[in-house]
Design a protein around this ligand. Sequence first.
Ligand code: PLP
Length: 386
Amino acid sequence: MINIFQPSFGDEELAAVREVLESRWVGKGTKVELFERAWADHIGASAEQVTALSSCTAATFVAMELIEVGPGDEVVLPSVSFVGVANAIAARGARPVFCDVDGRTLNPTVANVAAALTERTKAVAVLHYGGQPGAIAEIAELCRDRGLWLIEDAANAQASSVAGKPAGTFGDIAVWSFDHGKIAVAVEGGMLYARDPALVEKAAKLAYLGLEQRSGFDEARRAATRWWEFDVCSFSPRRIMNDVFAAIGLVQLSRLPEAVARRREIAAEYDRALASVPGLVLAPPVPAGHVTSHYLYWVQLAPSVRDTVARELYDRGIYTTFRYELLHKVPAYGAKVELPGAEYASARTLCLPLHQELSDADVETVTSALHEVVTAEATDAARGVR
Ligand SMILES: *Cc1c(COP(=O)(O)O)cnc(C)c1O
């Protein structure tokens, strides 16, 4: 099966894991601290502005706690969003309000966000679809003007930027993921950035049982007496990272530019080879000044054939999918809105395999299969077979 996502690990990751295991300190320690510093450097922030967590979803829950979203509040997010973000809002008794997206880029426009704001809106939470930053600069300006918190779900955007400014640094808080399906993978893991270091300090406590004092082998604390004493500032679960995952994450971060470069090459080859498939529409080009991480590669097909194409590709050993299933259609959130851009996108979009371990032959397998399958579908449709 040609996978849609696949992490790439080598000897360096194995050596990093071995080193941590042999050290006998596998919990949160120096590797986590190094990973946090390296990530801060990567996004041009200071070490006080980031903290590592157990997952991006955990970081999103922490983010909603940090801004104290609660009953009566609304948080606007695109319907094309990761389910964990809506859960983080709803879990606090607040209402997720789903806005529309541009049917071609799958990112919300500033007008889409503005249309969903009410006097109850407390925050806006957007992602960068497939790694494309979208209108993040304009959305950040809107949020500043309206006095709203902006949270960026930058899980798709590990190496994305607009005019040199990294995705994740436009808003007040941002979260990233290093789970099995991302570009740089730590097995599991998340990172939280906040413009205000005081929020990060609080986030670290919320991520560790709400403890006021951190335990661990800190020299200053060891010198003090009763280093085991603590207070609790919130009744929080434990959602911290560990040194094994951080060690893997560090290696993966150093290899991120190489991974993105290979993905860019694959995306360019898809663009070239698929441009001539009748009825298949490529994603719009990335605007000037925008840099994408090439997390997702997607095409659009007529709604009447999209699912059959996906099925036939699957039968040929090629996994495709649609991200992200529309949240305003999920009954649990109780949304009653019509979002034509999101509907347009969800009926037509198909994400193709994209990861740095795809060989040129894999890419050729995908493109020629698409040529055949889409052409056959179009012929069948014309003949009235389907
Ligand atoms: C993967 C992903 C997440 C969740 O990350 P976890 O680390 O698995 O919790 C959140 N948002 C987006 C956009 C993602 O792609």
